[in-house]
Write a protein that binds this ligand. Structure first.
Ligand code: F6R
Length: 586
């Protein structure tokens, strides 16, 4: 959570900082701020609200050539100007993404040393701690080395030291940070989109790296020595971070699915590992990625005939585990930086267990630390609610299941070729607006499914909640009558997913049970399932395909439905309230 940026070079810094911050707004949008040097002094501008509030407060034409910026997702301390970044204490100005876990203890120590604090954040404490040691050592690298030993938690931090305006210093641990390399200019950012418009070259920092960045040079220290860094190049076009005519990134990203599945046809298969050889297979993830894991469990169990255990990362990392060297832990993450997911990967490695990362963001922490990585190749996803990246997680899990089964890829290649056109036909359907009109004012909505369809329903349910702010629950259809059916009243919308012909009669009976209690029935089903009109008010039919591809075809209508409902409710679709895309805190 939170996004940090920095610039040092020959161009005017403020337009670059503001632009870069806007591309990171998905990481947090409670407040934002920048600090820059002018006339040998640091000036800070910050405010609560989104980046455009900040933008309206500054003159972009100011002659400043270095600065740092921050967009915040509040953790410690409310959404106030004093808690927003940059923070400044003594000679130090900084922006911070992460959490300093022992900040209270450090704060008390610093208060005893006469430091005064104006806000409640851990970041202000970090700033004061750096200032304290800097005053003693007068050497910022030695200072940071000392500070790193004293702080616990996670941080990606950009630091400006008074009177040292030819450099910006950065440190990182467990929070993402990249340094973009330009000609006589360098950039700092939490994520790739922030620097895409300026350079395609960048270096990745490791935990505990300290970098000193001037316009000409980047020096990275770790554990007292200078370390050499590889220079990476992005493969993306800058275009991927524009809306390309769509009103929202979310809609644009759902529409990208057909080209993604078209282009990934053979590519993805090359890197698929053999997973049958492992004794036990676990899948660990959070949120939508966890739902992808559940769907993947079903695909794998069906095709490789082994049990697969799926766990929520924030639970997995603290529970009693029975892992060993013969097991496999599959970690699914779009960002590759989710704190609980990353921690779970590290826990699994402590047992000597092989880890397989299914990750979207190239070079992210999970991608780098997993024993094996398979990229989902969904390209950059900006909307906070994941759509195309989720679909590509399903696509990748399907390929893993097929590659490890008795099915030969050549036997199903025609099905894969069909997929992109099928996705196009789903996108062309106008029915989602119609269904949205029927349900957008509702207070409670239920999603039902059985087997793999229940897991798809869980994801549809999450999408509706997070972007349209409607309370909804997903249920395995057979479980509803064990209590929750008491909530079904006249016209309560019940959205059911049916892609599985074998179990269709069972869920249809459950749908009759809710219809008998007055529910409005909306069904999303593949077109091989024959359903009598008496089971629905609205039927959304999607083309059918082989089992591992059906979840992709069934989830897209639910993503589009959530989008249309959110639109009717005037919600901030790409940046839903209280959320941030990259959850880098526990
Ligand atoms: C929901 C959503 C989240 C993420 C979750 C995991 O739309 O985006 O539930 O799926 O925060 O994030 P990653 O995949 O980056 O680990």
């Amino acid at each position: 959570m939170c996004g940090i940026v920095g610039y040092i070079g020959k161009k005017k810094a403020l337009p670059i900082l503001i632009n870069s911050l806007k591309t990171l707004e998905y990481r947090g949008y409670d407040s934002s701020g920048i600090a820059y040097m002018i006339n040998n002094e640091i000036k800070i501008v910050k405010d609560v609200g989104k980046i455009n509030v900040l933008e309206n407060k500054i003159n972009l034409e100011v002659n400043t050539y270095m600065g740092i910026g921050h967009t915040r997702w509040a953790t410690h301390g409310g959404v106030t100007i004093n808690n927003s970044h940059p923070h400044r204490v003594g000679n130090i100005t900084l922006v911070h993404n992460g959490i300093i876990e022992n900040y209270l203890e450090l704060k008390n120590k610093l208060i005893d040393l006469d430091y005064k604090f104006i806000g409640e954040t851990d970041s202000e404490v970090l700033c004061a701690l750096i200032d304290y040691y800097y005053n003693k050592t007068e050497n910022i690298i030695h200072t940071i080395e000392k500070v790193i030993k004293e702080i616990k938690g996670s941080y990606a931090t950009a630091i400006i030291v008074d009177d040292d305006y030819d450099n910006i210093y950065v440190i990182r641990k467990d929070s993402p940070l990249i340094i973009g390399i330009g000609n006589d200019e360098n950039f700092i950012a939490s994520d790739v989109p922030a620097i895409l418009g300026y350079t395609n070259k960048y270096i990745l920092l490791n935990d505990y790296d300290i970098a000193k960045i001037s316009n000409k040079e980047i020096t990275v220290y770790n554990n007292g020595s200078i370390v050499k860094k590889d220079i990476n190049e992005f493969e993306y076009e800058n275009d991927v971070v524009s809306k390309q005519g769509y009103n929202h990134y979310m809609l644009k990203e759902i529409h990208e699915v057909s080209s993604l599945v078209r282009n990934n046809l053979v590519d993805n298969l090359r890197n698929i590992p053999d997973i049958k050889k492992y004794k036990n297979i676990y899948i660990v993830a959070c949120g939508s990625a966890y739902h992808a894991g559940l769907i993947g469990k079903n695909m794998l169990e069906e095709l490789i005939n082994k049990p697969v255990y799926v766990e929520i990362a924030s639970e997995f990392r603290y529970k009693k585990l029975f892992l060993d060297k013969e097991d496999l832990v599959i970690i699914i993450s779009q960002s590759g930086e989710t704190a609980d997911t990353l921690a779970s990967l590290r826990v699994a490695k402590e047992y000597g267990t092989t880890t397989l990362g299914i990750v979207n963001v190239f070079g992210s922490s999970i991608a780098r630390e997993a024993s094996i990585v398979v990229y989902t190749n969904a390209l950059i996803e900006i909307a906070v609610a994941t759509t195309k990246a989720f679909v590509m997680q399903l696509y990748t899990l399907g390929l893993i299941a097929i590659k490890n089964s008795n099915i030969r890829y050549s036997d199903v290649i025609s099905n894969y070729r069909l997929l992109a056109n099928q996705v196009d036909s789903i996108l062309e359907n106008n029915i989602y607006k119609e269904v949205a009109k029927l349900i957008y004012k509702e207070k409670d909505i239920f999603f039902l499914g059985r087997g793999i369809d229940y897991y798809i329903a869980m994801e549809g349910n999450l999408k509706l909640k997070e972007i349209a702010y409607i309370h909804s629950e997903s249920y395995p259809a057979g479980e509803l009558k064990h209590g929750t059916i008491a909530l079904i009243e006249k016209d309560t919308p019940v959205i059911s997913v049916i892609t599985n012909n074998i179990i269709k009669d069972k869920i249809l009976s459950n749908i009759k049970e809710v219809i008998s209690r007055g529910a409005k029935s909306i069904i999303v089903a593949t077109d091989d399932i024959k359903i009598d009109k008496s089971y629905y008010d609205i039927l959304i039919q999607v083309p059918t395909n082989i089992d591992v591809l059906k979840p992709i075809l069934a989830i897209i209508p639910l993503q589009l439905l959530a989008y249309e409902v959110a639109l009717l409710n005037n919600c901030d679709i790409d940046k839903p309230r209280n959320l941030a895309k990259s959850v880098t805190v526990e």
